[in-house]
Ligand binder design. Structure first.
Ligand code: BTN
Length: 288
């Protein structure tokens, strides 16, 4: 039996709490996670944190939920969020500078989450432009950053992170069985969600501290290293404002937009949408 195969038997599900107490076991948050608002079930942790932010919650506040009933994904998609198996978390930033390019508020969590998942699981997690996380060619996590600006300055940044951790095939929607996976399905063992959340908070805080000092190179360099598909990969771009586009990836520009070289040699700049790898004209799973 391969871990990705249809017959899983990982034994009985043990309790895997993600309460503030569980997250703070053997871990003392500095700023990110000092305040954790935990819910058994919410519509969307990003929505819940938005409301908490308007009540004046401080930077570093985290909303965690054991389940989401209306999890939101990019491009107006749903994020299927069954109880007890995934991580659904949102983090509040209150930037004090307008000097940080906005796209870094999605690149930062992509890098932090990839590094955290690699550290905890040892698995080869990669980033797929703009901010999908993939494992062996299948999507394992996604990032949704909501930014509220005032006077040209980002006032509230809500970073939402969704990860398939201990999902079994039955926990994934049937239309995603070919393109998505979970850590447990890929590795054949379960992981502590609290340990992963701790690692993500640490990585986010470290990266954000660098960003605030104006050191953007570290995040960009790490993003590039963890995202081999942004350079020299034949792809189809879908979901953006224009019609779908075929070409080869040629890196990202200073605004985080993807550069695509088309068959006629022209270079197109893609700021929005997602890419699917294609080979021999045939479409493959996203992130593969
Ligand atoms: C994507 O489409 O890839 C982004 C998915 C983001 C899902 C997370 S789960 C926690 C947070 N709350 C939401 O409603 N969405 C994000």
């Amino acid at each position: 039996m391969t871990p990705e195969g249809p017959h899983f038997n990982l034994g009985a599900r043990l309790p895997d709490p993600i309460t503030p107490e569980a997250v703070r076991t053997d871990y003392t948050p500095k700023i990110f996670g000092r305040r954790i608002l935990y819910y058994e079930s919410v519509d969307s942790t990003n929505n819940t944190l938005r409301q908490a932010a308007s009540r004046g919650e401080p930077e570093g506040t985290v909303v965690l939920a054991n389940e989401q009933t209306a999890g939101r994904g990019r491009l107006n998609r749903r994020w299927i969020s069954p109880a007890g198996v995934g991580i659904y978390m949102s983090l509040l930033l209150r930037p004090d500078t307008s000097g940080t390019p906005l796209f870094l508020y999605t690149f930062l969590p992509a890098v932090a989450t990839a590094r955290a998942l690699r550290r905890v699981s040892g698995l080869p997690v990669f980033i797929h432009w703009p901010n999908d996380l993939t494992l062996r060619g299948r999507k394992i996590a996604g990032i949704l950053t909501d930014i509220r600006s005032g006077r040209g300055h980002p006032r509230e940044v809500i970073i939402g992170i969704g990860i398939n951790v201990n999902n079994m095939p039955a926990d994934l929607p049937s239309e995603l069985t070919e393109t998505a996976t979970s850590l447990a399905m890929s590795a054949g063992r379960r992981y502590s969600r609290a340990n992963i959340i701790q690692a993500i908070l640490e990585e986010l805080e470290r990266g954000y501290a660098l960003m605030r000092t104006g050191n953007l190179v570290d995040i960009l360099d790490t993003w590039r290293k963890l995202s081999p598909s942004h350079q020299g990969t034949p792809v189809e771009v879908v979901g953006g404002p224009g019609k779908s586009l075929h070409g080869t990836t040629r890196g990202i520009d200073d605004d985080g937009a993807l550069l695509i070289q088309c068959a006629d040699g022209g270079l197109e700049r893609v700021a929005f949408g997602e890419i699917r790898r294609v080979r021999g004209g045939k479409r493959r799973a996203p992130g593969s």
